[in-house]
Design a protein around this ligand. Structure first.
Ligand code: FE2
Ligand code: FE2
Length: 373
């Protein structure tokens, strides 16, 4: 059996990316699943347009020179002795915090481009028209995210920085993979899950009102994308044979590892450290030294800790068994995670955002009706 066949549910039934002929089967047209209809029609409620200032105004000012986008305590690198000595001047520290945000926003931008291509690729492999319509809708939403983050970076820094090597290879791997489970786990569950955590954090702590608005608008869409992955896992994972589940579990651990442990490494962020005359190797040495002084039993905490969000997603989906549990347990308290409810971090922020959008979209709809008379 080919790996691509691990779907176990008609709604997620898949064909090879180059098998267009299967799409022309006559019986397929009458068998459209209604499972995603609610998510599909909800897109109208949370419609927004990054080019329309009534949703988001990219001319909103922010004093990049004198104001740090994040409070200093949220940039742990500044506490490393080597970094602290080099960046003694408060203005330099502000510049460092804000430049690190350029790295983060650029990673988000590249991730959004990955999500656009990935969801477009789902249209070619998912066989059900309802699932295809969902994927096409997501593609359109990811396209507005690319536009919005590109505009934000342009407004604040002028130009993005290169995609980090770990993120780039993961995105390339999942977009080019023909297996639908690799796409759905890699993107819908992990990258989208990580994004929800990162956006919730940004919404909470970023002092730039434009960034806050942007995060909230994007989250109104992303909350649904993550749900699509969760529905897949709920329907698929319990039906798998042990051998299949092992394959999927290993894939999830592989993706988690590249996202968790490589993406934030100073060695990948030469472009940022170099700007401040900092040697990434020395920064890394400080990070390793700091790790040694910490309690090895110390775990990641906080609802919006992105790593925790990511591991929780896999745990709740049944994709962490005794085979891989030890790997994740080094970083988070697995018992504590298992006891938590199913609510996804950022759901409340997304719901507030949807109410904001409904108010604008509802007002507009009345206007359109009058104009059409
Ligand atoms: Fe997105
Ligand atoms: Fe998304």
């Amino acid at each position: 059996m080919a790996d691509g066949d691990i779907t176990k549910d008609l709604m997620y039934g898949a064909v090879a990316p180059d098998d267009f002929e299967s799409m022309l089967e006559l019986d397929r047209y009458g068998a459209r699943s209604t499972a995603f209809d609610k998510i599909i029609s909800a897109t109208h409620d949370h419609f927004w347009d990054p080019l329309d200032p009534k949703y988001i105004d990219f001319a909103t000012p922010f004093d990049m020179e004198n104001e740090a986008m994040l409070p200093e305590e949220l940039q742990p690198m500044l506490k490393l002795p080597y970094v602290a000595e080099t960046l003694a001047d408060p203005k330099q520290r502000i510049a460092f915090i804000n430049h690190m945000q350029l790295w983060n926003f650029s990673s988000i931008l590249h991730g959004e481009q990955g999500a656009l291509n990935l969801s477009a690729s789902l249209c070619h492999v998912l066989k059900d028209q309802g699932a295809q319509e969902y994927a096409a809708n997501q593609t359109r939403e990811e396209a507005r995210h690319v536009t919005a983050f590109a505009k934000y970076i342009k407004a604040r820094w002028g130009r993005p920085v290169e995609c980090g090597a770990a993120l780039k290879s993961l995105l390339t791997e999942i977009i080019e993979a023909p297996e639908v489970y690799k796409k759905i786990i890699g993107m819908q569950m992990l990258v989208e899950g990580l994004a929800m955590g990162a956006f919730a954090n940004g919404y909470k702590h970023n002092r730039d009102p434009l960034a806050k608005r942007l995060f909230q608008l994007v989250m109104t869409d992303e909350a649904f994308h993550h749900k699509f992955g969760k529905i897949w896992a709920d329907r698929t994972v319990p039906m798998m044979t042990e051998a299949e589940r092992n394959i999927v579990e290993d894939w999830a651990a592989h993706c988690a590892q590249s996202l968790l442990f490589n993406q934030g490494s100073p060695l990948q962020q030469q472009v940022i450290y170099g700007t401040f005359g900092l040697d990434p190797e020395r920064v890394m040495a400080d990070v390793v030294a700091r790790r040694r002084t910490r309690d090895p039993n110390r775990k990641m905490r906080g609802e919006t800790n992105v790593f925790r969000v990511l591991i929780k997603t896999l745990l709740k989906a049944g994709l962490i068994t005794d085979r891989t549990r030890g790997f994740y347990a080094m970083y988070v308290d697995m018992e504590e995670l298992a006891a938590e409810g199913d609510r996804m971090v950022g759901d409340e922020i997304a719901e507030d955002g949807i109410r904001f959008l409904q108010a604008i979209n509802f007002r507009d709809r009345a206007g359109v009706a009058v104009a059409a008379e």
